[in-house]
Design a protein around this ligand. Structure first.
Ligand code: 4NP
Length: 159
C-alpha cells in the first residue's frame, strides 16, 4: 500500500509548518505508523527558501523534544497537489492561497486547515508568530500538539 502523504503549509515555512512536520512526525513514530504515513512542509511564499527554521521557533520546539531539521521550500502546485493526500494550511490566508492554485476539484478536496483537526481550545487558526513575542511560539506548539493528534486519529480510521 502506498503511504499516505501529508503536507503542512504556512507562509514562510520557517515557523509553523516545520513545527507541524516535527510534531506530527513524533506522533507517527510513537504510534508505529512510519510505514504508512509520511509528511513534509512548504511555504506559500519562497522568500526564506533554503533556510533552516526560525531560531526562536527551534528554541521553543527543542524544549518539548522536537528537532526542526527541515529547510524552507516554496509550495509547488504542479508537483505537490499530485504527490500529497492532505495539504494542510495553518490559517485562512494559507488555505486561500492554496485554493487559488488548485487546478481542479480533486486538488481542492485535498486542502484543509490545521485547526479542522483540533479537539480542544478556542482557536480557528495557527496564528503567525513571526512578528510577535515568545508566547506566540508556545501557542503555535500548543495548538499543533492538539491538532496533529486529531489529524492522526482521523487518518488512522482510513489506513
Ligand atoms: P511562518 O512564519 O509562515 O509560520 O513560517 C513567518 C515567517 C516569515 C515571515 C512571516 C511569517 N516573513 O514575513 O518573513
Amino acid at each position: 500500500m502506498k503511504k499516505k502523504q501529508v503536507l503542512f503549509v504556512c507562509l514562510g515555512n520557517i515557523c509553523r509548518s516545520p513545527s507541524a512536520e516535527a510534531v506530527f512526525t513524533a506522533l507517527v513514530e510513537k504510534a508505529g505508523l512510519t510505514d504508512k504515513i509520511e509528511c513534509d512542509s512548504a511555504g506559500t511564499a519562497g522568500y526564506h527558501a533554503g533556510e533552516p527554521a526560525d531560531a526562536r521557533m527551534q528554541r521553543h520546539a527543542i524544549r518539548r523534544g522536537y528537532h526542526l531539521t527541515s529547510r524552507s521550500r516554496k509550495f509547488m502546485a504542479s508537483r505537490d497537489f499530485d504527490r500529497f493526500d492532505y495539504i494542510i494550511g495553518m490559517d485562512d490566508q494559507n488555505v486561500w492561497d492554496l485554493k487559488c492554485q488548485a487546478r481542479h476539484e480533486h486538488d481542492l478536496k485535498k486542502i484543509y486547515k490545521m485547526t479542522d483537526f483540533a479537539t480542544e481550545g478556542d482557536y480557528d487558526s495557527v496564528p503567525d508568530p513571526y512578528y510577535g513575542g515568545e508566547a506566540g511560539f508556545e501557542m503555535v506548539l500548543d495548538i499543533l500538539e492538539d491538532a496533529c493528534a486529531g489529524l492522526l486519529e482521523q487518518m488512522r480510521r482510513t489506513l
